[in-house]
Design a protein around this ligand. Structure first.
Ligand code: ASP
Ligand code: MG
Length: 441
């Protein structure tokens, strides 16, 4: 038994749906459970439609057109998606009248993307004589807490999912379940979402709970690469990474898997394989608990662009206790997460993403210290075995010195698998290329 997950771009149009269905069919003997995202950028389009509704306009034409024309192109009935489109219109109308959008309504609203994509795929498979059944995640045991927009699954899912899927896994129902990624319901029955990109978690949760042989996440590149191929054209596939390494990779910018999604499979030791839908026979990359064979010290090099470095300097910190606690409390208060930290006796430097307004935080910090915020920076991360850190640092920095790049802050994660450094955003690609050449050429 395997779990196969396909993201939005893999099911973006009729042609891609057909292609994915042929991949699913070729794995029929392994009894796949399939997890899908919403078609293409539907989640974004739903959010845009919501924004417009808040401003008084109900317009879901893009979403309607995409789903109806895809059904038409596939030659399948739209009777399963029409009720959803109608419900969505009612919801948008309600939002346009109230002129407000709560997190709960937003989750209800974006859920339509996944609910429609699984219905189209199941209908198409059925026309191909491949028995399939569309399943909403809550019908197969997905219950979460009520933290709308980034809900956590409850522990009960570990029993509920295998119980709900038993007919399929035991073979009494021969249909292939096509499950909505990303969504769940809370114990009150309200629809929740697991956070953007959450379909990966749906897939790994199912795979772990039913003790699948493997969870496959299908992309359009050859698995996990040693660097972003747009930056390093000759980046190559990393055949094997550990859960730790994969989590750091995802966290530090590689488009691998949602960082949170590794947790369930890691509990059960279920391998997660990243495969290329355009190169089916290629093994891709597999994520496992421990390396199964010898491998070089560096796995990959990633970058996160447009981050901001906050330098906090205070002589009050000298020998005093509780200063860092106070500093971090301000980040908690403003709900701003820190990615990298470096400290000295009188200063601490931290990096944050720039998707949130930092002004309140900076004002609070300025009350106790001298604060400087440096924008347009990037973090470049070397995912590696840090037991070799001295050699790696020497090699990496020699290459960077030769390339004339100055790194402004460095930290070695306690997770023992990453060395991160900050540079100017404009130099990030150059740093990644230089390090890639140093470690992989
Ligand atoms: N459709 C959702 C999103 O775009 C979930 C996913 O793709 O994993 O974030
Ligand atoms: Mg998506």
């Amino acid at each position: 038994m395997i779990v196969m997950k396909f993201g939005g771009s893999s099911v973006a149009n009729a042609q891609r749906i057909k292609h994915v269905s042929s991949i699913i069919q070729s794995y029929a003997a392994q009894k796949p459970i399939v997890v899908l995202s919403a078609m293409g950028d539907t989640t974004d389009h739903l959010l845009e439609a919501a924004e417009r509704a808040v401003n008084g306009t109900v317009d879901m034409s893009r979403i309607e057109t995409l789903h109806r024309s895809t059904a038409e192109e596939l030659g399948i009935q739209t009777d399963e998606i029409e009720p959803l489109l109608a419900e969505l219109k009612t919801l948008l109308t309600g939002i346009s009248m109230l002129r407000e959008l709560t997190k709960r309504s937003r989750d209800y609203l974006v859920s339509f993307g996944e609910r429609m994509s699984v219905r189209l795929m199941a209908a198409w498979l059925n026309t191909q004589s491949v028995p399939a059944r569309a399943c909403d995640a809550w019908d197969i045991g997905f219950v979460s807490d009520s933290r709308f927009m980034s809900a956590e699954l409850l522990d009960s899912v570990w029993q509920a999912i295998p119980a709900a899927l038993a007919p399929y896994t035991a073979g009494s129902d021969n249909r292939i379940p096509i499950v909505t990624g990303f969504i769940a319901k809370d114990t009150n029955g309200y629809i929740t979402t697991l956070g953007r990109g959450g379909s990966d978690l749906t897939a790994t949760m199912i795979g772990a709970a039913v003790r699948a042989d493997e969870v496959q996440t299908w992309k359009d590149v050859d698995g996990i690469l040693t660097a972003d191929p747009r930056i390093v054209p000759d980046a190559r596939t990393v055949p094997e990474v550990t859960y730790d390494e994969a989590a750091e990779l995802a966290y530090f910018g590689a488009q691998v898997l949602h960082p949170r999604s590794m947790a369930p499979c890691r509990k059960t030791g279920t391998p997660v394989r990243v495969k290329n839908s355009y190169n089916m026979s290629f093994a891709g990359s597999v994520i496992v608990e421990h390396h199964t064979g010898p491998c070089g010290p560096v796995r990959a090099i990633t970058s996160v662009q447009r981050i901001c470095v906050i330098d906090i300097v205070s002589t009050r910190m000298l020998g005093a206790s509780g200063f860092l606690a106070h500093i971090f409390n301000q980040f908690l208060k403003w709900d701003i997460s820190v990615d990298m930290v470096a400290t000295s006796e009188v200063s601490v430097s931290l990096t944050v993403k720039t998707d949130k307004d930092l002004s309140g935080l900076l004002e609070d910090l300025s009350r106790v210290a001298e604060v400087r915020c440096k924008e347009n920076k990037a973090i470049v991360t070397v995912i590696c075995d840090v037991s070799h850190s001295s050699t790696l640092l020497a090699k990496g920095f020699a290459a960077l010195a030769e390339a004339g790049v100055n790194v402004q802050m460095i930290s070695q994660g306690a997770s023992k698998v990453n060395i991160s450094m900050v540079c100017d955003n404009s130099e990030a690609a150059h740093v990644v290329q230089t390090l890639h050449t140093a470690f992989f050429a």
